[in-house]
Ligand binder design. Structure first.
Ligand code: GCU
Length: 662
């Protein structure tokens, strides 16, 4: 049987700077946790060395010992006892280094030279996020027996589960009636090494429902579908390798059955029902640790997405941790997965883009949550769509369609990329990143109309892959303006987009940029350099900005009331405008303990502003907004002049909206 052991502890790390001494570290680890988020675009991109002493494990003849890396940014070479055993280019995928031939008796020294130095081959080289260097995800030692299930190609899953749903008419001859039934079709492929017979067992919960061999086409009538947030049901499939009547290896994977159709006019359908995809993009990093995040961090991110009521997440701009795709399967989020083929075309990078795509697809094939493979993001921002850019898109698309005909391919286009641009034509779906009302002084409606127009022209579904505005929880204004970085402008921006969404059913998916603030060391704005603050939630996940609650009011089924502008405490003037985000119908307002107003909201109305004439002598106004048992409370102070801490002064007013290194 295979053995899998987590080996995150007891490493040393030696910085690439001259005269550095080794430091003890545990993984996950990055060397850019601080300088990658402090601004200036000057974080250390260098080659560092990790080492670990490994005792030779007990192995039987024919066993293979692998070190499995789940994410090393961005390229590395692995050595055992000074012998090179593997090289890997690409910072976000899993790879396995076979150390068996180099293993000696007793203590072995595992060394990993990791580089995030600039180069001209490995994506990404230019983008609005920090390329934190390090071994920043888990590392395992995996011992495979002589007869075993091998890893799939490109570090892929050892048990590949192709699922499909077919709705068929079943005729009941005796009763003379007929019925439409969903059949789940499952084919399991394994990659066995050496000899042996495979036994495949399918489970529904704990119940065994079928048995066969690798390659058997299983058909399950009345299959329980993986049905998004409503019922993300997963089946479990076990493969056993049997040699001389003994089970010598075993792997277990989960899968789900669902059908997806996307119509240019009607949008996204899950299992035959309209299911407009409305959600967020996610970057994974956090303060101080960069991308070296924990499982608890990922659980917290998932809880926040679910609280908001989103039904989709674009996992941007690279392969995320397996753990997160698993969570998406379990919780029912529809996923857009992608590779970091982004912002700048590298003439020497086609091979790397393809290898990152091969890994993404092979390693994530079984996740029912994933519906599309993103081939590139804003690739035309720098490059003209020269032939090789289009050819590389075609190559990526063709690979995905051959390997995984059941899923779609998609591209996220740059705003200045017209629908006539050949890169927008290659993939099954297209989407645009449009910041109307933020970078562009244009109304949000223009963005949706552009999407509709592009869909008509390209004759395929087109979505809004990014839209967003910076919002700082400490900056406030009674007259919010584009580019002012206030929490209030961020709210207005998103209110406009939300109002319009329902009028564009063809827009197959919308993804807010971004759910969380994230590290982008080249940026400097909002008085907090090194970060992009378009998040609906702060970088440390501690503050949900007002705009977060706006989405919750629109999307969540959980009854809620939120008073926006609560942090905008000190207000000038006799009229106090209090904006409320809610999904309740009847609201009552009290000010300083006195009931002032009862209102009933229109159907689908989620925003209401109370204009309160405050008592002349009252400096402190305690507001309570109620609906039945539920209430939200906030305190506002009446002040003579605007609070200067709400505005950036000339000195700290970063207004560099470019993330390019200067
Ligand atoms: C882009 C890009 C993101 C970036 C965002 C922004 O269009 O795809 O990676 O962070 O815009 O400017 O905030």
């Amino acid at each position: 049987m295979r053995k899998v052991e987590l080996i995150n502890d007891g490493w040393t790390w030696t910085s690439g700077k001259p005269y550095s001494d080794p430091e003890p570290v545990n993984l996950p680890h990055t060397w850019n946790g601080v300088d990658g988020q402090s601004g200036g675009g000057d974080y250390e991109r260098m080659t560092c060395t990790y080492t670990k002493r490994l005792q030779r494990p007990e192995i039987a003849p024919g066993d293979t010992v692998y070190i499995q890396f789940r994410g090393v940014n961005s390229e590395c070479e692995v050595f055992l006892n000074d012998e090179s055993v593997a090289k890997h280019e690409g910072g976000y995928s899993t790879f396995n280094a076979d150390i068996t031939p180099a293993l000696k008796m007793g203590t072995n020294i595992l060394t990993v030279k990791v580089s995030n130095e600039p180069n001209d081959r490995v994506y990404p080289q230019r983008a609005d996020f920090t390329f934190y260097g390090g071994i920043y995800r888990d590392v395992y030692m995996v011992i495979l027996p002589k007869d075993c299930f091998e890893f799939g190609p490109d570090g892929g899953v050892p048990l590949k589960l192709s699922t499909k749903v077919e709705v068929r008419e079943v005729v009941d001859i005796q009763l003379g009636g007929s019925n439409m039934i969903s059949f789940g079709i499952l084919t399991a492929a394994t990659f066995p090494k050496a000899r042996g017979d495979t036994r495949i067992t399918v489970y529904e919960g704990d119940k065994e429902i079928a048995q066969g061999r690798a390659g058997t086409v299983f058909e399950f009538p009345n299959v329980r579908l993986w049905n998004g947030l409503d019922d993300p049901f997963l089946y479990t499939v076990k493969a056993e390798l049997i040699v001389a009547s003994e089970v010598v290896d075993e792997v277990v994977e989960r899968c789900g059955f669902r059908s997806v159709e996307i119509d240019p006019k009607k949008g996204f359908f899950l299992n035959g029902k309209s299911y407009p995809l409305r959600g967020v993009c996610r970057h994974q990093d956090r303060p101080e640790v960069g991308n070296a995040i924990s499982k608890e961090d990922q659980d917290e991110d998932m809880d926040i997405i679910l609280e908001m009521g989103a039904n989709t997440v674009r996992l941007a701009h690279y392969q995320h941790d397996q753990y997160f795709y698993d969570l998406c399967d379990e919780k029912g989020l529809v996923v857009w997965a992608e590779i970091p083929y982004i912002s700048e075309y590298l003439p020497n990078g086609d091979e790397n883009a393809l290898s990152q795509m091969r890994e993404l697809v092979s390693q994530n094939f079984n996740h029912p949550s994933i519906v599309c493979w993103g081939v590139s993001n804003e690739i035309t921002i720098k490059a003209k769509p020269i032939k090789s850019v289009v050819a590389s898109h075609q190559q990526l698309h063709d690979f995905c369609k051959k390997e995984d005909p059941e899923r779609y391919t998609v591209v996220a286009c740059y705003a200045m990329c017209g629908s006539g641009n050949p890169t927008a034509r290659v993939t099954d779906l297209a989407s645009w990143n449009l910041y109307y009302g933020w970078y562009a002084p244009l109304p949000a409606k223009g963005a949706f109309n552009r999407i509709k127009g592009a869909s008509n022209k390209l004759k395929k579904p087109v979505g809004l892959s990014e839209y967003g505005a910076e919002g700082m929880p400490n900056l406030h204004s009674a007259k919010p303006k584009r580019l002012d970085n206030t929490e209030e402008y961020q709210c207005i921006y998103h209110e406009k987009h939300l109002e319009l969404m329902k009028d564009y059913p063809g827009c197959w998916a919308t993804h807010v940029w971004n759910l969380f603030d994230f590290g982008s060391d080249g940026r400097n704005q909002g008085g907090d350099p090194g970060k992009n603050h378009k998040g609906l939630v702060t970088f440390d996940r501690k503050i949900k900005k007002d705009a977060f609650y706006l989405y919750k009011a629109y999307w969540s089924k959980e009854p809620m009331i939120h008073i926006a502008g609560e942090r905008f405490k000190n207000r000038v003037g006799d009229i106090l405008n209090v904006k409320v985000y809610t999904n309740c119908k009847n609201l009552s307002l009290s000010v300083n303990g006195k009931l002032k107003e009862n209102i009933k909201l229109e159907n689908n109305q989620h925003v209401h502003t109370f204009s309160i004439l405050t008592d002349i002598d009252k400096k402190r106004n305690e507001i309570i907004v109620r609906s039945g048992e539920m209430f939200a409370a906030a305190v506002f102070h009446k002040v003579e002049s605007p609070d200067p801490s709400y505005t950036l002064n000339k000195k700290n007013k970063g207004n560099n909206y470019s993330w390019e290194k200067k």
